[in-house]
Write a protein that binds this ligand. Structure first.
Ligand code: F6R
Ligand code: MG
Ligand code: MG
Length: 369
C-alpha cells in the first residue's frame, strides 16, 4: 500500500504578535490529530510550528488532495481559531479566508505540500518549515539539492543520480506550469527560478534509470500565495516542503547543505522586506527582531509502514551556528538600509502590501513634468 505524506499549514493566530504559536493551539491540534489517528483516518501525525505558523504533518493512505484529510486539517484550524479568539491572539484565524470548507484547502488560505509514494526499504524524509517568507525561498536550496554538483556530490559520483531530475515549475502569476530536465536544461531552469517571486519549484521527479519510479515525486513545495488568493495583503505564505532522501536521491546531508548559506528571501517585516533566511531549531523558530529574520526549520523522519515517529530537529546542530551568525550580520547590514530598496521590496512586489493605500493619498498631488 502506498503512503501519503501531507503537510497542511496555517497561521491562525500569533503569540505575541506574529512571533510563535501559543501552546494551547499546539495542544488542541495534537488532540484533534490524535483522535483522527485513533479512528484510523490518518496513520500518524506530528504537530510542528515555525514562528506563528502551525504545521500539521500527517501520514495516511488516502493519496494527495483527499477531501477527508483536507477537511481534518481545516477543522483543526477552525477549532484552533476558536481558542485563538478566546485568548485574543494576534490575527486569530487570519489564514482562513472562507467560512466554509469546499473539499480542499487550496484557495482557502492554508498552504499544503503532499506526496504519495511506495515506501522504499528505508524512507528518510526531511520536512522544511518556513516563516516570514514566500514559496520562492525554496528555489535556491531545492535547486542546489537536485541540480548542483557542487552541492550534491551524488550528482557526480552516484550512478543512480547521474540521470538528473525533472523540475516542475509553476508560474504563479499566469497559473501555468512547465517541466524542465537537468542537467541538460539547467540554464533554462535557472533563467526561470532566479525570478523567485513568479517562478517557483513545485515538485521534483526522478528520471528514467533512477531506482525511484519517475511517476513518484521526490520533493514537493507548498506554492500557495496568500496575496494572490485574497487579492490583497493578509499575511504571508510561509511555505513548507518535503524532500525524500538517500539511495539515488540527495543524501540527508546533501539536502541540508544548501541551508549553510543564509540566502536573501523576501517577506520580512510586513511582508515587505528582503532579509537572510536563518536556519534554526523548532524551539528557536521565534521571529523577534523586526518580526524576523525569516526562519527555516528542518525536521527529519524515518517513515515506516505509514508511521512518522518522532522527528529529528536538524538545525539544532552546532554546524549551523556560523550560518546563524552570518545571518545576523546580514540582518544588520540589510536593516541599515531602513526604508530603502533592496531591503524594502521593489515597487512591483509592494503592490500586494499595505503601501498602495498610503500612495493613494498622494495620487492627486502629482503634476506632469
Ligand atoms: C505578518 C508579519 C508581520 C506584520 C507586522 C504588522 O506575518 O510578519 O511583520 O506584517 O507585525 O502587522 P499589523 O499590520 O497587523 O500590525
Ligand atoms: Mg501571523
Ligand atoms: Mg507566519
Amino acid at each position: 500500500m502506498k503512503t501519503t505524506l501531507s503537510i497542511i499549514k496555517a497561521d491562525v493566530g500569533g503569540f505575541p504578535g506574529h512571533a510563535t504559536v501559543h501552546p494551547d493551539l499546539i495542544k488542541n491540534a495534537e488532540e484533534e490529530l490524535h483522535a483522527a489517528k485513533k479512528s484510523g483516518e490518518i496513520k500518524d501525525y506530528f504537530v510542528a510550528r515555525c514562528g506563528d505558523d502551525l504545521d500539521l504533518i500527517m501520514t495516511h493512505d488516502k493519496g494527495v488532495d483527499d477531501k477527508k484529510i483536507h477537511e481534518l486539517a481545516w477543522n483543526t484550524f477552525i477549532s484552533c481559531t476558536e481558542i485563538a479568539k478566546k485568548l485574543k491572539l494576534y490575527g486569530a484565524g487570519q489564514d482562513l479566508l472562507s467560512d466554509t470548507f469546499s473539499g480542499n484547502v487550496k484557495g482557502l488560505g492554508p498552504g499544503s505540500a503532499e506526496m504519495q509514494f511506495e515506501e522504499r526499504k528505508s524512507e528518510p524524509i526531511l520536512c522544511f518549515l518556513m516563516d516570514k517568507t514566500e514559496p520562492g525561498a525554496f528555489n535556491l536550496p531545492i535547486y542546489k539539492m537536485f541540480g548542483d554538483p557542487f552541492n550534491s556530490a551524488g550528482l557526480v559520483i552516484d550512478s543512480n543520480m547521474h540521470h538528473g531530475f525533472t523540475f516542475e515549475i509553476y508560474d504563479i502569476v499566469e497559473n501555468k506550469k512547465v517541466l524542465l530536465n537537468t542537467p541538460e536544461e539547467t540554464y533554462d531552469l535557472l533563467a526561470l527560478i532566479g525570478g523567485k517571486s513568479r517562478y517557483v519549484i513545485k515538485r521534483i521527479y526522478p528520471r528514467e534509470g533512477s531506482p525511484v519510479p519517475k511517476s513518484e515525486a521526490v520533493a514537493c513545495i507548498s506554492t500557495d500565495k496568500l496575496s494572490k488568493i485574497a487579492g490583497t495583503y493578509v499575511g504571508k505564505d510561509d511555505p513548507v516542503a518535503m524532500v525524500r532522501c538517500q539511495s539515488g536521491l540527495p543524501a540527508v546531508g546533501e539536502a541540508l547543505e544548501p541551508w549553510a548559506f543564509p540566502h536573501l528571501v523576501s517577506g520580512w517585516m510586513r511582508g515587505s522586506h528582503n532579509g537572510p533566511l536563518m536556519p534554526c531549531s523548532m524551539e528557536d523558530a521565534t521571529p523577534s527582531r523586526f518580526d524576523g529574520p525569516p526562519r527555516v526549520v528542518a525536521l527529519g523522519f524515518q517513515i515506516a509502514n505509514g508511521t512518522l515517529g518522532r522527528p529529528f530537529d536538524f538545525f539544532k546542530d552546532k554546524a549551523y551556528d556560523r550560518t546563524r551568525n552570518k545571518a545576523i550580520k546580514i540582518a544588520d547590514y540589510m536593516r541599515a538600509h531602513g526604508p530603502f530598496e533592496p531591503h524594502r521590496l521593489p515597487s512591483e512586489d509592494m503592490e500586494y502590501t499595505t503601501l498602495p493605500a498610503v500612495m493613494k493619498k498622494l495620487e492627486n498631488r502629482f503634476k506632469e513634468i
